[in-house]
Ligand binder design. Structure first.
Ligand code: PRX
Length: 657
């Protein structure tokens, strides 16, 4: 198994610092220790109670879990509800319309305060506009927007109509957008002229134009928000401005009640093959676990807390912990459009001071970056409003965890290290802040209602103190219902490695107390700054360039980003690749990957080699390449078809030029 955690496994398990919750925190916490036993006694009944307690149903459910069609679960299937009604209208109906739902902070300092009553009007207008553009219940809508309020309005407007949304991260290329539009057969794309990033306006609409020029597409209209005021090309009859269609629409709209198992959204994520997977989630179970975990893990007090999750809506964290979880719970939250260092490196801490943020949820890579910038920066701001800190997306190394608690949390706040995935829909393994004595670097325990463990190659649970593969052993409400258009791939990917167990793709270890430590992916998926990337997808992008004959990509340990993409390429002498300087090759191929997938997938380093290490059956031995990329002694190469290849690579790398 690969140990990809910075610091290494042994290092992790010798971590013996412990942080029990304070008695004051424990006394006021939303969830207590008894929740585990209650859920264990009857898991479906536990979730049914959460579903009734946390959501409003237009038709109450009587069925709880139907697992007869495993591995596709049906939760609360005879119930009906609407997600947007639960996230917005019911708060207004209950007299909480004046509560702030969103404090929007633009990168340039422009702000908007949106109450739940405002949100109801904005979402209703957007829903009416979508309907006028021909979007009906069941149709798919692609969303390619910066993190601005309209992104939230659009997602909820789709949910209001029962039209599954497919949000595509604004950092993905036209090519990536096109393949997602086609795969989901989206009828409408909602985008903006651009967004603000690092102090400048960066364009989005041109990528949509380029995507739609690539070939046949199901798209009838492109709805465009004016954010930056940049000039945009316009296709008459297809393109419409938000200001002409949404702003002028009626602000009254009746939410469409859908079956609990009606698809709420599709979100594409990288797998072990080149083709991204359209993970799809349905309504009732997803919302139940989104709301429960948001309340339990962050100890949310909707009347008093100010919550901030720094994720973009293009990722699952933005879906569950910016849009659905917090809004269903009636929370007040901050959303911020830009980067943490614009216009200065204290921007996040300034925002926390300004809005008196009490719950912060972010990624280890951001914490490590702030550590690098120095603690004198956050120390200049008043962070005393913070009372819970969360981490997500990749293993957090103990030093970053301890720094986060000490410098950001004033040595006071519980930290919740939350493990989950696009596929799981919501948090699965995490401490509970009022219950768990936390250990820096460990996600520790499955939440109440979740059954997960670590197994060996033969699917047997490992004893405490041993490592293996993380699996989920019982169905959970927010589990994916499949891969859009490819249910066979769903069963193959997640349910074939171990019989009747959900295989997450992560390596993990149980410590002597039985607590779980996540160790990184065991498949060909990399995690760069908490973003999931597939080695195969980047390899296909590289070989699509005429200079490249063959490519192998590995994730090498990186101090700040967790992992970094390192590519090894064999050039085609006959196609011009052989004549280029190493710099030229690096720059050209890095830009090519950015164009094919997006800037987040750009290799940190591209090494030109004469051969790649392969087994006799032709499989590339990435383990050996990872050794090279991490400047280690190359491991056992005896299974190589040609053992001299590694010497050749090493020689080539040490040669000048
Ligand atoms: O490897 C695990 C890592 O992120 C993967 C899921 O990526 P994605 O679907 O993009 O979702 C990220 C946000 C939920 C997992 O398979 N991962 C996520 N959270 C943690 C983590 N690894 C260790 N510790 C975590 N807390």
């Amino acid at each position: 198994m690969t140990d990809t955690t910075p610091g290494g496994l042994e290092n992790l398990l010798s971590e013996d610092r412990r942080f029990p919750p304070s008695s004051e925190f424990a006394a006021q916490a939303n969830v207590h220790r008894d929740a585990y036993a209650w859920a264990d006694a009857d898991r479906p009944a536990f979730w049914a109670e959460q579903a009734r307690d946390l959501l409003d149903w237009t038709t109450p459910f009587h069925e709880v879990l139907d697992w007869s069609g495993a591995p596709v679960a049906r939760w609360f299937a005879d119930g009906r509800l609407n997600a947007a009604y639960n996230a917005v209208d019911r708060h207004v109906e209950a007299g909480r319309g004046d509560r702030v739902a969103l404090h929007f902070e633009g990168e340039g300092g422009d702000t908007r305060t949106i109450t739940y009553a405002d949100l109801q009007r904005e979402v209703s207008k957007a829903a009416n506009a979508l309907a006028a553009l021909g979007v009906e219940t069941g149709d798919r809508v692609a969303i390619y927007l910066p993190l601005i309020p309209e992104a939230v309005f659009t997602m909820l407007a789709c949910a209001r109509i029962g039209a599954p949304h497919s949000v595509v991260f604004g950092g993905f290329s036209a090519e990536a957008l096109y393949s997602r539009i086609v795969d989901a057969e989206a009828k409408l794309v909602v985008t903006a002229d651009g967004g603000f990033r690092r102090g400048a306006a960066s364009a989005l609409k041109p990528a949509v134009d380029e995507a739609l020029a690539k070939g046949e597409s199901p798209v009838e209209h492109v709805l465009v928000v004016r954010r930056t005021g940049q000039d945009v090309a316009w296709t008459e009859g297809r393109d419409v401005w938000w200001s002409d269609t949404v702003d002028t629409a009626s602000d009254e709209h009746t939410p469409v009640a859908v079956d609990a198992e009606h698809p709420l959204f599709i979100l594409y994520t990288s797998g072990t093959t080149g083709k991204p997977k359209g993970i799809f989630h349905t309504t009732g179970g997803y919302l139940t676990q989104a709301a429960y975990t948001h309340k339990a893990v962050f100890d949310l007090k909707a009347e008093t807390d100010v919550y901030w999750c720094t994720a973009d809506i293009g990722w699952i964290t933005g879906h569950t912990y910016v849009v659905y979880g917090p809004l269903v719970n009636g929370a007040t939250q901050v959303i911020y459009e830009g980067t943490p260092d614009t216009p200065h490196r204290g921007r996040w801490w300034e925002i926390i001071e300004k809005y008196k943020v009490s719950i912060l949820y972010t990624a280890p890579t951001a914490i490590r970056t702030c550590m690098k910038w120095g603690e004198e920066i956050p120390s200049k701001f008043d962070l005393s409003s913070l009372r819970v800190l969360g981490s997500v997306g990749e293993p957090i190394n103990p030093e970053a965890w301890v720094w986060y608690r000490r410098v950001i949390g004033g040595d006071r706040t519980p930290i919740v290290d939350t493990w989950w995935q696009t596929e799981t829909g919501a948090i699965m393994i995490s401490p509970l802040p009022g219950v768990t004595t936390t250990k820096p670097g460990s996600a520790q325990v499955p939440l109440p209602g979740i059954a997960a463990t670590v197994v060996d190659d033969d699917a047997h649970p490992v004893p405490d103190g041993s490592g293996g593969y993380l699996v989920v052993t019982e169905p959970w409400p927010s589990m994916l219902r499949g891969i859009w258009g490819d249910q066979e791939r769903y069963a193959d990917t997640y349910w074939s490695r171990f019989k009747d167990l959900y295989f997450a793709g992560d390596g993990a270890k149980k410590d002597d107390d039985g607590d779980i430590w996540l160790l990184g992916r065991v498949d060909d998926v990399m995690n760069v700054s908490g973003h999931r990337l597939s080695t195969t997808e980047i390899e296909s992008a590289l070989v699509s360039h005429p200079w490249v004959a063959e490519a192998a990509v590995v994730g090498a340990t990186d101090e700040t980003t967790g992992q970094a993409v390192v590519a090894f390429v064999i050039l085609r002498g006959d196609a011009g690749g052989g004549e280029q300087s190493a710099d030229e090759v690096q720059t050209t191929l890095r830009n090519h990957v950015a164009k094919e997938i997006g800037p987040i997938a750009k290799p940190r380093q591209i090494l030109v080699v004469a051969e790649l290490p392969k087994t006799r059956s032709g499989k590339i031995m990435r383990r050996l390449l990872r050794d090279v990329a991490e400047h280690r002694q190359v491991g056992d190469a005896t299974t190589l078809a040609d053992a001299s290849v590694m010497d050749l690579i090493a020689q080539g790398l040490s040669a000048p030029g």
